[in-house]
Design a protein. Structure first.
Length: 113
């Protein structure tokens, strides 16, 4: 007998793939692919050309979604169809800029025994 956590994703993929493409289907697939933490701070919509436009709330999440984009696309394929998402673009939260790291605090003087 297969564990439920292995059977459910496959069954969900079959059901979703056969449903007509709609904004609701894309949102549901997005949440299933990225999980609740990322879904809370992002929004995704599929453009007519197949590009998934992901809106993020801040630069840190922009970097994270950019880093995870290949994995997210791979997770979306069984849910939306292999050729549905042709690319991922990230919008919102301005350009990512690296902030200089703060200098570490000075170490406390050592006690002599």
């Amino acid at each position: 007998m297969e564990p439920l956590n292995r059977v459910l994703p496959a069954a969900l993929a079959v059901l979703l793939r056969e449903a007509p493409l709609s904004p609701g289907k894309v949102q549901f697939a997005w949440k299933a692919a990225v999980g609740p933490a990322v879904a809370r701070v992002t929004d995704a919509r599929l453009l007519e050309n197949g590009v998934l436009e992901v809106t993020v709330v801040d630069p840190a999440w922009r970097r994270e979604v950019r880093r995870l984009a290949p994995l997210i696309r791979e997770r979306l394929m069984p849910l939306l169809g292999t050729d549905t998402v042709t690319g991922v673009t990230i919008v919102g939260a301005g350009p990512t800029t690296r902030r200089p790291r703060a200098a570490p605090p000075p170490s406390a003087p050592r006690r002599q025994p």
